[in-house]
Design a protein around this ligand. Structure first.
Ligand code: A2P
Length: 337
């Protein structure tokens, strides 16, 4: 059977990649509805060689939609996702609006796919990009060796901030190379040739919300509130692909060889770990535009007997957002075959 699929936020950085991935993976799309704000309603986007007209979400009637992929921000999801679900659609939501609700499953397709079926509200949440790639790599190690604590520093590309963030890095880079003044708009300070240790809002505990997503989402997805996570999230002047320097402390010691062997067989993971120039993954050489979560720089922690260091890189728009959303849609579609 084929499905009536709606993409909410179809004109955005994640939305356009959702469309590309639906086509690449031959998702059984019967009818495709593209939705965005009034600003882009009436525009055309190509899907599988056919032009589809973008419609205004605010005036769209969701009756008949089977699967709705939402990536238009938390406010849009909070208002419209329940309406689509009430009309009978299964909503796969890329925003953080419902991720921490007990009756909304939070699912990484390689880690806890069985949770997709437990959706009393008809809503499934897609995890945060940084948590997503980290857990594709760490879940197999957790199952085998028991992770007690995770120290993570992220190096997050600007595409996580959407189209306007991509444009700002491009614009500032050009301006700086032309010796022009720059004026930060989308980011709080200059992002070109700089690093910003601030993503999403500051919370009362001194961490940012982006950092706490790594704590809350890791515990929820692995179903284990005892896992300790100590995060620092940093925005870097990279267009596509997030990187993470991760140290895990496990109950049972993991050697480098055992970790490489386990990860090499793990779904969604590619080990790139040669100890030579270029023998490690980077956003540009490996992740950008591809589907895997790449792991390299695997080393034993010199300061802890059961510590292991890993460098984890993936395309935040693909596995970190659009690809996982489509994989969740595939799991939903498989229920009715
Ligand atoms: P639009 O292009 O009409 O503004 P990004 O994350 O790349 O900035 O993309 C955000 C996506 O969410 C875009 O497709 C944008 O549509 C859509 N969007 C933003 N606000 C709304 C809204 N109020 N109603 C519907 N779609 C929205």
């Amino acid at each position: 059977r084929s499905f009536h699929v709606a993409v909410v936020g179809a004109t955005g950085a994640v939305g356009e990649t959702m469309l590309a991935i639906l086509a690449e993976r031959d998702f059984p799309v019967g009818t495709l509805t593209l939705l965005a704000s009034e600003r882009s309603a009436g525009g055309e986007i190509e899907f599988n060689g056919q032009k589809v007209i973008v419609q205004d979400l605010a005036s769209f009637d969701p009756a008949g939609v089977d699967i709705a992929l939402f990536s238009a921000g938390g406010g849009v999801s909070r208002e419209y996702a329940p309406k689509f679900a009430a009309a009978g659609a299964v909503v796969i939501d890329n925003s953080s609006a419902f991720r921490y609700d007990d009756d909304v499953p939070l699912v990484v397709s390689e880690v806890n796919p069985e949770q997709v079926a437990k959706r009393p509200r008809g809503i499934i949440a897609n995890p945060n990009c940084s948590t997503m790639q980290m857990l594709v790599a760490l879940a197999p190690l957790h199952r085998r060796y028991g992770i007690e604590r995770i120290n993570v520093a992220t190096y997050q590309s600007v595409s996580g901030g959407g189209r306007s963030a991509l444009e700002e890095l491009g614009r500032q880079t050009g301006q700086l190379l032309g010796f022009q003044e720059i004026e930060p708009q989308r980011f709080p300070v200059q992002i070109a040739f700089n690093l910003i240790p601030h993503i999403d809002d500051f919370l009362d505990n001194g961490f940012t919300k982006e950092e706490m997503k790594l704590v809350w989402e890791t515990q929820k997805i692995l179903g284990d509130d005892s896992i300790l996570v100590n995060p620092t999230a940093v925005r870097v002047p990279v267009f596509y692909g997030h990187s993470e320097a991760v140290t895990i402390e496990t109950r049972e010691k993991v050697t480098v060889e055992a970790a490489r062997e386990l990860l090499a067989q793990s779904p969604g993971v590619e080990v790139v770990d040669r100890r030579e120039a270029g023998g490690y993954p980077t956003p540009v050489t490996h992740a950008s535009g591809t589907d895997a979560v790449y792991v390299g720089r695997i080393r034993e922690d010199l300061s802890h007997p059961r510590g292991l260091n890993l460098w984890i890189v993936s395309d935040n728009i693909r596995k970190g957002a659009a690809l996982n959303a489509v994989q969740l849609a595939e799991l939903v579609a498989a229920e009715t075959r």
